[in-house]
Design a protein around this ligand. Structure first.
Ligand code: MN
Length: 475
């Protein structure tokens, strides 16, 4: 998923002041805030464009600006900065109405105190050190969830903090209108993939719609042989296909037909995330593994076994990561390596791991699944490059949602895995497997997660705050 997916979202930059300073000071407040917005945009380090808004000086201006932010469909969030003092009672009405995420930027137009030249004019203009505290007091008193960032605006650390928050705000706005297609129901008897879809929509905005397998089969049967042929050519361009026997090619063609049909079904319905389950495949000739892998790579959320919470979280994290290095994938803790001092996890799934996390060129192969009683499915097989990553899971306890995040280090497998016909990744949870797994399990974290080499914990902290869910951080 490239960075262009974020281009339709903007951040409003709102500068607070008050009328009593007089025209000259207010002119300079405007000049400074415009300069800050220009510098942040020109840096190229913030995925979303910042839009300068006229300085707000009265309760009426504040309320009108924040209401406009609520209604603007491209405004993902607002950055607020009190260049001068801006008495916070003026902000009460507006902030009570604000529905977009906020980043409170506690910065200053000048980096250094001009020790030799500083006078009372300078002191009356550059007041964020106390102006932002008055504002912060009120935000806290109102219980407003926001990200507070302190520092000179023209530094990589501050720009990175705004970039992360802006990406999360865009993903949060996307979540408000997201539609998840649940193709088939839940894997029978499984607990963690169930949940209350009404509560989820209230909390996260997304809707989960159930479909019978036949609703999708209609789209798959409408796919022409020519479309299938073209897509198989694309597979040959993108992947190594080590075996091309008649039986293998038949399975690959069937997988291509599934991909085109499912993609058409999702596009027609406006869905950006979906689930399947191998227990509801009536009429499917194979589990749609390759389709799930390739749709994930294009930014769709996916959850296996009916796991709509992970599908939605994956879509959200895909958008946060748009254009960043490293991928984001559906994942499952599969099996352990308990060699003393070298404890680690092998993560995989039956088939559905996203090739955005692959190292090198994936191999397109057909093998028996050993479960579900269907034809041998096509799948992309690959390993992943070493590096830092996170695993995240959203779980529901009836009355509340909880986000569990574990930092981890992806490592190379100890040896080639010639007999393992699925995509896989190996990681060491932080602080180590024993402690990481214990805390994940005690927190009720699911066996499914979103594995994200492209993201850091900071994204999930911003997300949990925006969504108003509990965050358990393991690192
Ligand atoms: Mn699973």
């Amino acid at each position: 998923m490239d960075g262009n997916h974020l281009k339709k979202y903007q951040i409003w930059f709102i500068t607070g002041s008050q009328s009593l300073y007089g025209e000259e000071t207010l002119r300079r407040v405007e000049e400074h805030s415009r300069r800050i917005v220009d510098a942040l945009n020109r840096s190229g380090e913030i995925a979303l464009d910042l839009v300068w808004k006229p300085t707000v000086k009265t309760q009426a201006e504040i309320t009108a600006t924040l209401q406009a932010a609520n209604l603007d469909s491209s405004c993902a969030g607002v950055v607020c900065w009190m260049h001068t003092f801006s008495p916070a009672k003026m902000w009460i009405n507006g902030l009570k109405l604000l529905q977009k995420p906020m980043l409170h930027l506690n910065t200053q137009a000048n980096r250094d105190i001009p020790w030799a030249a500083i006078d009372m004019d300078f002191m009356n203009l550059n007041q964020a050190a106390h102006g932002d505290r008055e504002f912060g007091y009120l935000c806290t008193r109102l219980g407003l969830r926001r990200k507070v960032v302190n520092g000179y605006y023209d530094t990589p650390r501050v720009r990175a903090a705004i970039d992360v928050w802006g990406r999360v705000a865009a993903a949060w706005l996307d979540s408000q209108t997201m539609k998840v297609a649940r193709i088939g129901d839940n894997m029978r008897e499984v607990a963690v993939t169930e949940g209350n879809k009404v509560d989820a929509q209230i909390q996260f905005g997304y809707a989960v719609d159930g479909y019978g397998v036949g609703d999708v089969l209609k789209f798959i049967s409408a796919v022409s042989d020519q479309q299938v042929g073209e897509l198989v050519e694309e597979y040959f361009d993108l992947y190594t296909v080590p075996e091309r026997s008649e039986a293998t090619m038949k399975s690959i063609r069937a997988a291509a037909r599934q991909e085109i049909g499912i993609r058409d079904f999702l596009e027609t319905g406006g869905y950006t995330a979906f689930t399947t389950t191998f227990e509801n495949l009536y009429g499917f000739d194979q589990l749609p593994g390759l389709a799930a892998q390739r749709l994930m790579a294009d930014g769709y959320g996916f959850g296996a076994e009916g796991d709509w919470k992970t599908a939605a979280l994956l879509r959200t994290m895909k958008l946060m990561a748009a254009g960043r290095r490293g991928g984001v994938s559906f994942m499952e803790d599969y099996t352990y390596h308990f060699e003393p001092g070298r404890e680690r996890v092998l993560g995989a799934h039956m088939l559905e791991v996203c090739p955005s996390i692959a190292s090198g060129r994936p191999s397109l192969e057909v093998h028996p699944l050993g479960i579900g009683g269907k034809a041998d499915p096509a799948r992309l097989v690959f390993s992943t490059p070493p590096g830092e990553a996170i695993n995240a899971t959203m779980v529901e306890f009836g009355s509340n949602f909880r986000l569990v995040v574990n930092e981890l280090e992806i490592v190379a497998p100890d040896a080639p895995l010639p007999q393992l016909p699925v995509a896989r990744t190996v990681w060491i949870p932080k602080p180590d497997l024993a402690e990481g797994a214990r805390r994940w399990i005690e927190a009720g974290g699911a066996h499914h997660s979103v594995n994200a080499p492209a993201l850091t914990t900071e994204f999930m902290e911003d997300y949990a705050r925006m969504a108003g869910v509990e965050l358990i951080l393991i690192r």
